[in-house]
Write a protein that binds this ligand. Structure first.
Ligand SMILES: Cc1ncc(C[n+]2csc(CCOP(=O)(O)OP(=O)(O)O)c2C)c(N)n1
Ligand code: SF4
Length: 304
């Protein structure tokens, strides 16, 4: 069956995102799923510029720009303000980079998650502070080059597991998504739209200048992140029920790494170590999926 994307475009063409920017493709899909009745809150990040400068805009829905650390709580305030005025049918979506989510916005996000504030929070994760010149964030993968982890001092700690942090808050819905899998992406955004409370979507956003690859490879690299199991596509409901939504092919990780200049220095031994790490993380995730299935069968899911 051929999958048809919704016709309505809420992102104008001609915006100033780099060619091949996955974060921009993701915004297009997110708004196609959520529709016109959406307000977007954007902290400092690449998307502050891609959204355009007042009075121009690259979006056909309202945007509120906010400070770097406050995407979640600003979105929450906007939602509460709308509800106080009797306007209940607007989705408020925070749209932040990994720097604004994994690092500086985490406290506000944790507060909103603990209160179960009624917003959709999307982190487009390009694994670095790209807008200010490709500095490392806590989402930058192990052994990656950035301008603050230069040769030979590459990143020496692993990527922070933001999905587990969100799961620990027992929020109603969390999911990973990729613009290379539009059907899965749109299904998750629609599911988020139909859910109440804090919904968190983590999108891996391939970034040609930051990851050092030609822009025409962006979707291929995003697809390989899933196929290699570096970025599995799954959902977590109420912090307990894990569901894999796309079965990865299990392509060797070197196929993903070799296309990106930020990993160009890796030795065969280091690639092997990354492969071993990916396999271990995959086993842990699969164990959670299997446990969820067993719990659901036993009817224990009501405990949640
Ligand atoms: C408190 C504060 N510190 C630093 C900055 C400068 N700044 C603006 S955008 C940015 C990087 C944002 O990185 P990320 O959230 O990952 O988004 P990306 O640029 O990668 O899209 C930084 C450091 C700021 N605006 N406010
Ligand atoms: S630097 Fe990366 S995230 Fe920023 S606009 Fe360009 S491609 Fe997109």
């Amino acid at each position: 069956m051929r999958y048809e994307l919704p016709q309505e475009e809420l992102l104008y063409s001609g915006h100033i995102g780099c060619p091949g920017c996955s974060a921009s493709l993701s915004m297009r899909y997110a708004l196609q799923a959520l529709g016109k009745k959406t307000m977007v809150v954007i902290p400092a990040c690449c998307w502050s510029t891609v959204a355009g400068f007042f009075p121009s805009s690259s979006l056909k829905v309202p945007i509120l720009h906010t400070v770097f650390e406050a995407a979640a709580i600003t979105a929450s305030g906007v939602k509460k303000g709308l509800v106080a005025r009797g306007i209940e049918d607007i989705q408020v979506m925070a749209w932040a980079g990994d720097g604004g989510t994994f690092d500086i916005g985490l406290q506000a996000l944790s507060g909103c998650a603990e209160r179960n504030d009624d917003i959709i929070y999307v982190c487009y994760d390009n694994e670095g502070y790209m807008n200010t010149g490709i500095q490392r964030s806590s989402a930058t993968p192990l052994l990656s080059w950035t301008t603050t982890t230069p040769n030979p001092a590459f990143k020496d700690t692993p990527k922070k597991d933001i999905m587990e942090i969100m799961a620990a808050h027992r929020i109603p819905y969390a999911a990973t998504a990729s613009p290379a899998f539009p059907e899965d992406f749109l299904n998750k955004m629609r599911k988020a739209r139909e859910t109440q409370g804090l919904r968190f979507i983590h999108i891996l956003s391939s970034c040609p200048p930051g990851w050092k690859f030609p822009s025409e490879l962006s979707v291929k690299i995003a697809r390989l992140a899933v196929a290699t199991r570096i970025f599995p596509l799954y959902e977590i409901e109420k912090g307990r029920k894990y569901t894999l939504t796309v079965k990865p092919q299990g392509v060797p990780v070197r196929e993903y790494l070799k296309l990106q200049g930020r990993f160009g220095h890796l030795s065969a031994k280091e690639i092997q170590a990354i492969q071993a790490n990916v396999e271990e993380e995959w086993e842990i995730l699969m164990a959670k999926v299997a446990t969820s299935k067993a719990r659901c069968k036993k009817g224990l899911k009501k405990e949640n």
